[in-house]
Design a binder for this molecule. Structure first.
Ligand SMILES: [Ca+2]
Length: 304
């Protein structure tokens, strides 16, 4: 049994068997199959800015986005891209070609977890928001520091379903039951018109919306979350909409492996990316950080 201090703000889930994936939405979620997981503990909410700050203060960790890239990793990249930075979402003035995510993702030198919109921005007042602009290695480093692990995709999806086997959303089959917004997503026409029915344009404080059946918060929307699983491109994969590659990687022709991210984010809109669902998945290159990806950790029995 892990020590009580480790399990603070974590929820214990018994092992079980569930239907993973969906046949009703995007190709990369298919097919539905039965999967079993052992029991584990999982963070009640995504790792927050305040929690990540404690980790950085304790370890001196410098995130991937804050480090100058090794030119050897990006032999074809322009010199101007070989500086610390991250991808920042920028709302457009009107409708744009949805097939090209460069229309709304801006490579932004100086953007990192403390400066989510780039130099001049800060996280003041956002201590309880999920940390963002973390690459896969940053999530792994945090988990190791905390004595935890990143979940597998199956563990993450099992937790997200909260006992509602086969449901479309983590709370049921209806997007807004009785008009109630259940997650921080994007209402309106992405990427230019945000109706803010859920009140938040960017990230929101964790635990703003109701928990799922396992008392877990933000398992849908707000930020995508890294999992430990390698992402294998699906033969009929839908275009990567929410997992932009840094322009450096695009030039370097995918030198970095992709890991599965889950949960959807505040940028997921029905007209573009209906992915605030437990079955939804994308593959993000491990060197890439953005303003809409964070993570949470688990503890497996015997780990501590
Ligand atoms: Ca929103």
């Amino acid at each position: 049994m892990p020590p009580a201090s480790l399990l603070k703000d974590m929820i214990e889930l018994p092992g079980g068997t569930f239907r993973m994936g969906s046949d009703d939405f995007y190709p990369e979620e298919r097919p539905v199959r039965e999967v079993s997981v052992q029991g584990f503990w999982i963070d009640r909410h995504p790792v927050t800015v305040a929690e990540f700050r404690r980790f950085v203060r304790d370890t001196g960790h410098v995130t991937w986005a804050e480090q100058p890239p090794d030119p050897a990793d990006y032999p074809d990249a322009d010199a101007e891209l070989l500086v610390p930075g991250s991808l920042v979402f920028e709302k457009t003035a009107g409708p744009v070609d949805l097939d090209d995510y460069r229309n709304w993702w801006r490579w932004t030198p100086g953007a990192d977890w403390r400066h989510p919109e780039g130099p001049g921005s800060n996280v003041g007042g956002r201590e309880r928001h999920p940390v963002t602009h973390v690459a896969y290695a940053d999530a792994v480093a945090y988990a190791e520091w905390a004595g935890k692990s990143l979940p597998s995709e199956a563990e993450w999806e099992y937790a997200a379903r909260g006992g509602l086997d086969g449901a479309v959303f983590t709370w049921g089959d209806e997007f807004a039951p009785k008009g109630r917004m259940m997650a921080n997503t994007w209402q309106g026409e992405f990427p230019w018109q945000n109706l803010l029915l859920d009140r938040y344009e960017g990230t929101s404080p964790v635990e703003t919306y109701p928990p799922n059946g396992s008392r877990l918060y933000d398992m849908a929307g707000n930020v995508w979350e890294w999992t430990a699983d390698l992402f294998t491109p699906h033969p009929a994969e839908a275009p990567a909409c929410c997992a932009p590659e840094s322009p450096r990687v695009e030039l370097a022709e995918e030198r970095f492996e992709r890991r599965v991210i889950k949960g959807g984010s505040h940028l997921c809109a029905p007209n573009y990316c209906l992915r605030y669902r437990p079955a939804a998945r994308q593959g993000e290159a491990v060197d890439t950080s953005t303003g809409h990806i964070g993570f949470r950790c688990i503890v497996r029995p015997g780990q501590a």
